[in-house]
Each structure stands twice: as C-alpha cells, then as structure tokens.
Write a protein of this length. Structure first.
Length: 151
C-alpha cells in the first residue's frame, strides 16, 4: 500500500516498505497566495518556484525497520531514524491543513542526532501514524528492545 515508491532507496530482503510519499504542496499555500498577489514582480514568482521545488524534493519512506527522509535539490541528504529508538509519535492537524485532509506526524526519539522528526503535510496522517505505531512495536519485539520510562 505504498503511495509512491519511485526513486526509493533499496531495502534489505527482511525490510519491507510500509509507506512512501511526500508532503503536500498545500503546506506552501500561503506563499503561493502572496506570490500570486505580487505576480507582476519577478522575484515572488522565482521564490514560489524555489519553494515548490524544495518541497517536491522531500521524500519520506517508512519501512519495517526505519523512517527515511531524503531531501535536497542538487545535493541529496538522507536521514534515517531506527524505529526501535522512537519514544512517541503525535499527529498534529492544524485547522488549515485539516481542511484539505492533511496532518503532521511528530516523532520523538532517544536518538541524539535526531531527537525529533516531523513528517509535514501528509494525507491520511492518522492512518500513517497507526502504521508507524505497529511497525515500531514489531521492530521492538524483533530486537527485544523496550523503552524504560523513569521519572
């Protein structure tokens, strides 16, 4: 049930892609509106095109072992977050995104390099979060890892 697997990174035989996709362009709607109001100027049009390309070049991939974020226009950067390190995930649905059926997933981890990762403006964010939650539990069971909560 992958949204888009074109250009995805190869995964190991034991690792399966659960979901793959990118942020919606609705995330930049406010920029596009302002640029449309000042369309007679060249700079806002260039800015809108740059923002469109930047968002278009961000790609998320959820597998049975990790979350990958690949981004960049000319130089690509891939960040990976191991699922067994995830402490919590939250779905945030701002009003203007909820109108379009979008939401953000905020993942909190105990990873020092990526303490928090936000997957922005995703369609069906609640469903994706449930897939993420299931994958986290399966990954922890497979690796026999538990997060201890101390107060």
């Amino acid at each position: 049930m992958n949204e888009d697997t074109a250009g995805s990174t190869p995964v190991s035989p034991t690792e399966q892609i659960i979901w793959s996709g990118s942020s919606s362009q609705i995330r930049n709607l406010h920029i596009y509106i302002v640029c449309a109001l000042f369309c007679w100027l060249v700079v806002p049009l260039i800015y809108a095109i740059v923002k469109w390309i930047q968002l278009r070049s961000r790609h998320y991939e959820l597998t049975t072992q990790r979350v990958r974020l690949r981004q960049g226009v000319f130089s690509k950067r891939t960040d990976e977050l191991e699922l067994y390190r995830v402490k919590d995930s939250t779905v945030m649905e701002p009003f203007w995104q909820r109108i379009f059926g979008l939401g953000n997933i905020v993942i909190t981890t105990n990873d020092e390099t990526n303490p928090s990762l936000t997957l922005e403006a995703l369609p069906h964010a609640r469903d994706i979060r449930e897939k993420l939650r299931s994958a986290i539990e399966e990954c922890r069971d497979r690796k026999r890892v538990r997060i201890a909560e101390l107060e």
